[in-house]
Design a protein around this ligand. Structure first.
Ligand code: FAQ
Length: 311
């Protein structure tokens, strides 16, 4: 029977069909998915903080309403992804505890500070842009609930990316000070955004398995290249300079050559030693503690509603 179910699973993957929650799946496949989906969900939730920092200081009422909606979308994505992970037999409480106790990760990018309003634009353009490049292929991933969650999430990320681009476009066509602020944000966010795609393929521990299972459809380096190629013409329209003197079109490869991000820095930030790691985790823990009464009230209400139904 062991061989039968493995053969069935292999055939589903081979035929590009979806694996669903009740189907048999190898333990490593389940664990790998929980790891990636949980990390993804945590990133959405922690990712609310850098931009949340600017909600009270957005330059106009309209900008404030847009930013508020974007940050709320991120909360929605997090909850959506926790729900997708729960279909694999873990609970949201377990995952949130793993984040709070530092046993699970979130994306390196959210450990960098948002120093100016232009950073809200740079996050939209570059961070959401990188998220889209990474996540559009995940819409075709082999695990049904994750693939389906990604479809809606990508649509919303697309709006997020445009709002960030529009902020930077306004600034880069504004006063000299606004232009300088936009350029400075690009200077600071460029390499951390490239690092979002993970270590180079030669050092990526999970890629081979993940690609075999069709969770990942492209390698870290392939997606990073796709992102660079996408950003170059967009930066030109903004009139901003990507901070890489070696960035140039390579006719032979049909891609841009570029300077790789500092992967030692990526590993340091992932290990907890980035500019804002301590602050992000402290904020998350405080929010969790302060929300305890909401969780208790919701559980109490659910219990009452259930007993009322029984009566
Ligand atoms: N940060 O073997 P690989 C967003 C870890 S977008 C932290 O290559 P894999 C939207 C990796 O976990 C951001 N850790 O790993 C938004 C592994 O460690 P482990 C979230 C990283 O999984 C925008 C080790 O290094 N998006 O939130 C990073 O095959 C604005 C070895 O790496 C996703 O999570 C990193 N940058 O590939 C929200 C997308 N890179 O687990 C708010 C789904 C690598 O063994 C505001 N995830 N590591 O301890 C993925 O596509 C993949 O998991 C990768 C990494 C591509 C991130």
């Amino acid at each position: 029977r062991g061989d039968d179910v493995q053969a069935w699973f292999d055939a589903v993957i081979e035929a590009d069909q979806k694996v669903e929650p009740r189907d048999w799946m190898p333990d490593d496949y389940r664990k790998g998915l929980v790891r990636q989906i949980a990390q993804h969900a945590h990133s959405e939730i922690i990712g609310m903080q850098p931009e949340g920092n600017w909600i009270s200081r957005a330059p106009t009422l309209k900008r404030k309403a847009i930013l508020l909606a974007k940050v709320q979308d991120e909360a929605g994505h997090g909850l959506y992804l926790y729900a997708a992970a729960e279909t694999l037999g873990v609970t949201r409480e377990e995952l949130v505890d793993a984040l709070i106790e530092g046993r699970q990760k979130y994306s390196s990018i959210f450990n960098y500070p948002t120093l100016t309003w232009a950073d809200v634009g740079a996050i939209g353009w570059l961070v959401d842009g990188a998220a889209i490049v990474n996540q559009v292929p995940l819409c075709r991933c082999s695990y049904g609930p994750y693939a389906r969650a990604m479809i809606r999430i990508c649509k919303e990320e697309s709006f997020h990316q445009r709002q960030g681009y529009e902020i930077l476009h306004t600034l880069s066509h504004g006063t000299p000070e606004q232009r300088a602020m936009a350029q400075d944000s690009l200077d600071r966010w460029w390499y951390p955004s490239l690092a979002m795609f993970g270590p180079p393929d030669t050092q990526s521990t999970h890629s081979a398995k993940s690609m075999g299972w069709k969770i990942k459809r492209h390698s870290n380096d392939e997606l990073r290249q796709r992102f660079v190629d996408m950003c170059v013409p967009q930066a030109k329209v903004l009139g901003l300079t990507i901070p890489d003197p070696d960035l140039r079109w390579n006719d032979e490869r049909g891609h841009h050559d570029f300077t790789e991000p500092d992967y030692a820095e990526l590993m340091r930030v992932v290990a907890g030693d980035g500019p804002c790691n301590a602050e992000r985790m402290a904020h998350r823990r405080r929010a969790h503690d302060e929300g305890a009464w909401v969780r208790e009230a919701a559980a109490e209400y659910a219990e009452k509603a259930a007993s009322r139904k029984k009566a």
